[in-house]
Design a protein around this ligand. Structure first.
Ligand code: NAP
Length: 289
């Protein structure tokens, strides 16, 4: 197959190289700040890159901070319109974390966009890498070993589950909080100490490490006042996050908000996760044809 990779960070760069390693024809555009491995054709225009490609892969997130295509590896600014002008009906156009504006623009242009970030397999695999990144941060930030440390994981979703298992594997004393009774039962079944997320207030003073995975404010000033001296409060949740960082700073609580860990700690694995997800999308498309 021919793939075109347009913009993105090191994850998309690695994705391009991995697709080429799999024997595909791969062209890339808006990554001129780096040199990609042999086998990836770095193009001077979107048109050249997309020409003849059966699958076009846009960044994750597709739109960057400036409201234009997310191209941190390019010196130029690129607009979505450039891509939409060059796409043809036979091409599969995939993008990550598609926002409302992008979806609206695509619809208006009669273009079908597939969000690879919305795929559960990608979210689960990302959770695995995020949990590893969290462990790395914990080890870097803490003067004590994980073995024996009293850890609270807030939330028992994808990241909460994997992180709890990893911490337990390192012989930490793991408590996990959740709001669903079924999750509480699973937390017990796995051998962790259960807590109710909504009842954490007044029960936070005993931990060496608290990791939040709930994308909603859980640790306000009142709760942060309760954590013991030296406790690391690590927030993994996307914006608006789960902790009041201004209050943490005022109280002298060691608080870290670590976002984008997959791309930061394991860009190659993150590229491979996107590649596998794209292959799954292509397989499903073929099955439905
Ligand atoms: P998830 O599977 O949806 O898990 C979220 C957990 O939070 C679930 O246990 C959910 O409980 C709980 N929850 C949600 N809202 C709640 C509320 N208002 N009160 C109490 N509990 C609540 O999500 P995930 O994949 O683990 O990701 C967690 C967060 O990390 C997300 O914000 C995600 O975007 C972010 N993330 C961060 C990184 C990084 O590098 N830091 C990487 C990937 C993802 P229920 O099941 O009861 O709803």
């Amino acid at each position: 197959m021919k793939f075109a990779i347009i913009g993105g960070d090191m994850r998309q760069a690695k994705l391009a190289e991995l697709l080429a390693e799999d024997g595909h024809e791969v062209s890339a555009f808006a990554m001129e700040k780096i040199t990609l491995a042999q086998g990836v054709l770095q193009c001077a225009s979107v048109k050249e890159a997309m020409d003849g490609a059966e699958c076009v892969i846009l960044p994750l997130p597709v739109i960057g901070k400036e409201g234009v295509l997310n191209t941190p590896l390019s010196r130029e600014t690129h607009m979505l319109g450039e891509i939409f002008e060059n796409v043809n009906d036979d091409q599969l156009l995939c993008a990550g974390r598609i926002d409302k504006n992008t979806a609206g623009l695509a619809e208006k242009s009669g273009i079908m966009l597939t969000d690879y970030f919305a795929r559960e397999e990608l979210a689960v695999s990302n959770a695995m890498v995020t949990a590893e990144g969290a462990l790395q941060l914990i080890m870097e930030e803490m003067p004590i070993s994980v073995c024996g440390a009293k850890c609270l994981v807030i939330g028992f979703g994808r990241i909460g589950k994997v992180l709890a298992h990893r911490l337990a594997g390192l012989r930490a004393q793991v408590t996990v909080s959740a709001r669903k009774y079924s999750d509480i039962a699973w937390i017990k079944a796995w051998g962790y100490t259960p807590e109710r997320t909504e009842k954490l207030n007044g029960r936070l003073g005993d931990y060496d490490i608290i990791v939040n995975t709930v994308p909603s404010r859980i640790l306000n000033e009142e709760q942060l006042k309760q954590v013991k001296k030296g406790c690391l409060c690590l927030d993994l949740a996307s914006k608006p996050g789960g902790m009041d960082f201004a209050a943490a700073s005022k109280l002298g609580v060691k608080a870290v908000w670590a976002l984008g860990l997959p791309g930061e700690v394991a860009p190659v694995t993150s590229g491979a996760i996107i590649r596998d997800t794209i292959y799954n999308i292509l397989n499903e498309r073929e099955e439905h044809m």
